[in-house]
Write a protein that binds this ligand. Structure first.
Ligand SMILES: [Zn+2]
Length: 299
């Protein structure tokens, strides 16, 4: 079972080893009132367990993806902004005990990277980087067949890596971060409050101001892809998330920018794919996490 915890809604799905979603249950994360994310998860897990029993499916493990950093040493959730009540919680431990199943928790974009690696565009490769672009930007990194979590769980925070040394201030306290130029929030702020997809539409229709914002966004994304290619030279880079569809229409511009920053022979061996996120398959990420952890990290 995969549990995708969002700031607004939580989804729990029954997912096979091939990535097929057999059942999904969705509810508002805080439908029971403030600070009730865990209660929502438990209720949805119970409903999906019932449906699994009805279909004669044996459940092997639970994976949970949270929009937060998870300490890889302890499994505790740190810095959960949309579900603050989960901060400090050991969800893997409590859900595991509650349901009598192995349960694992990780950052939602790390889980998404595992999903692309097991079920998606990175199937069969040894290394990939997934950049998820929505309101913010997160990344998940798989290298040599292992998810890279970093010392404190912050690996993949490429949204807050600088693409402009003395660029605009970022809400994280840094300067010139990728999110300032290329995220949904950054694009909207640069365009006077218009939502990012509308800014892309206006640019396509010939609006010069919108065009400048979109051009800068594509160049910033390309610069980060160049950094990823030079730094890690993965087999595959997947750009996905809520704003990815808008970028897909500007793929040539993004790839030109990447080519300006990447070493040519490194870039030649890295496949870059810009694909819209699949809103209906978010439970596959945390399910991939459950398979990854319970199967001893086999791809
Ligand atoms: Zn930042």
């Amino acid at each position: 079972m995969g549990v995708d915890v969002g700031g607004t809604t939580t989804s729990v799905g029954l997912v096979t080893r091939d990535g097929a979603v057999l059942a999904t249950e969705i509810a508002p994360t805080h439908g029971h009132g403030p600070a009730t994310a865990e209660r929502t998860m438990t209720a949805l897990l119970e409903r999906v367990l019932e449906r699994a029993a009805g279909q004669g499916v044996r459940v092997g493990a639970i994976g949970v993806g949270v929009p937060a950093t998870v300490d890889p040493a302890t499994g505790a959730i740190v810095e959960s902004h949309h579900t603050a009540e989960l901060t400090g919680q050991h969800l893997g431990r409590t859900l595991g005990a509650r349901f009598g199943l192995p349960a694992f928790v990780d950052n939602d974009v790390n889980a998404l990277a595992l999903s692309e690696w097991m079920f998606g565009l990175g199937r069969g490769v040894r290394s990939l980087v997934v950049l998820a672009i929505g309101t913010g930007i997160g990344a998940g990194i798989v290298l040599g067949g292992r998810l890279v979590r970093g010392s404190a769980g912050y690996a993949g925070e490429l949204g807050h890596a600088s693409v402009r040394f003395e660029g605009r201030p970022c809400w994280c306290g840094g300067h010139g971060c990728l999110v300032v130029y290329a995220s949904g929030r950054g694009i909207a702020e640069a365009a006077g409050g218009r939502a990012a997809p509308l800014v892309f539409e206006a640019a396509a229709a010939g609006d010069a101001a919108a065009g400048a914002v979109v051009g800068e966004a594509c160049d910033a994304l390309g610069a980060m892809i160049g950094t990823i290619v030079n730094g890690l030279n993965p087999d595959v880079v997947v750009v996905t998330g809520g704003v990815a569809a808008a970028y897909a229409a500007r793929e040539a511009r993004v790839l030109r920018a990447a080519a300006r920053h990447a070493l040519a022979l490194a870039l030649a061996r890295t496949r870059i794919a810009i694909v819209p996120g699949d809103k209906h398959a978010t439970v596959r990420g945390p399910a991939a996490l459950a398979f990854y952890e319970s199967e001893g990290h086999a791809p």
